[in-house]
Design a binder for this molecule. Structure first.
Ligand code: ZN
Length: 335
């Protein structure tokens, strides 16, 4: 019996030494230490032996078991460390594998342009509190604008942010005035999903506060950003638009890049495409955030990064972005 067990140990240690990967280690463990293994059978038959034999045999079994366990552990560690360092960093990179999301690409481009103009890139939490998402932006709980921004409430006045505008508030709290920030990020609305509506989308918030900031500054910055993004001179126009945190508020349109203003299906015959809301920061918003509106003024804008990516890559269905369907993304040359 002793010799049989020693032979068994020899065989087990040999197999462990030859193991190529972790799955083999698992198999060997089951073979030699599992319920149906020879060692287990011997252990369960010990009761048939005399006390003396039981003790000797039991000790041998335990020693062999421990040796096999230790050998398995050591081999497993060795395999793991070899795997970690077996990556050949000199191998050529497969350049066709993967790419950034079109939204990330567009977002990075806009951030780069804004950084050149002195804007700091900041971020804020996607789970916001009611104060930062609404109240501090001049949208108290009784305001009808809250209905237009239905979202997912998480209890305790927490919610999934409906826009990147809370980043304005957090930046004002942290840095005060003067201030120039841009905040790209994910936003959420309780929307029914179709080709042009999503419950999850991306915006980029921009805000500039300083002395003597006025509407021409806003127009200049917007025109510069958009001309650089579309790689051509774009014409913009402002239409009055209502947003509680700006006064006056505007909808910014760009002249349709496809028909150059003549009218086509993309611009629904108008020659213009609505691109982003913007305006002069409401004095109440400055005041709530401890900035004196008599001393400082500012403008803010919210660029729809998802919409921008759709325009840039000619994607006509917003659902493509969140499906994670590589085949769909590949057709736009993105992946
Ligand atoms: Zn057009």
């Amino acid at each position: 019996m002793d010799e049989e067990l020693l032979e068994l140990k020899k065989q087990a240690l040999q197999e462990i030494a030859n193991a190529q990967d972790s799955s083999e280690i698992v198999q060997i463990k089951s073979k030699y230490l599992g319920k149906r293994s020879q060692i287990s059978r011997v252990m369960s038959s010990l009761k048939n032996y005399s006390i003396e034999e039981r003790r000797t045999l039991g000790q041998i079994c335990n020693t062999i078991k421990n040796e096999i366990v230790e050998a398995l552990k050591a081999k497993n560690n060795q395999l793991i460390s070899e795997t970690s360092y077996s990556i050949d960093i000199t191998m050529p990179v497969d350049e066709d594998r993967g790419s950034l999301s079109p939204i990330t690409i567009v977002g990075n481009e806009v951030c780069e342009i804004l950084e050149k103009m002195g804007f700091a890139i900041v971020s804020g939490p996607e789970i916001e509190d009611e104060y930062h998402n609404f109240d501090a932006l001049n949208i108290p709980s009784t305001h009808p604008a809250r209905d237009m921004q239905d979202t997912y409430w998480l209890g305790s006045h927490k919610l999934l942010r409906t826009h990147t505008s809370p980043c304005q508030v957090r930046a004002m709290e942290k840095y005060g005035a003067p201030l120039r920030i841009a905040a790209p990020g994910r936003c959420f609305r309780n929307e029914d999903i179709d080709a042009s509506h999503e419950n999850t989308f991306f915006q980029l918030e921009g805000m500039c506060i300083d002395k003597n900031i006025s509407i021409p500054n806003l127009i200049y910055v917007m025109k510069s950003i958009l001309s650089e993004i579309f790689d051509q001179e774009v014409q913009v126009r402002l239409r009055p638009g209502y947003f509680p945190f700006v006064e006056p508020g505007f909808e910014l349109d760009i002249k349709c890049l496809i028909c150059e203003g003549a009218g086509c299906s993309t611009c629904k015959g108008s020659g213009w495409i609505e691109l982003c809301p913007c305006g002069m920061i409401h004095p109440n918003v400055l005041r709530i955030n401890n900035i004196d509106p008599n001393e400082y003024s500012g403008f803010a804008f919210g660029i729809g990064l998802t919409r921008l990516a759709m325009m840039k890559y000619h994607i006509n269905d917003i659902r493509v972005f969140n499906t994670c369907n590589l085949e769909e993304l590949e057709q736009f040359g993105i992946v």
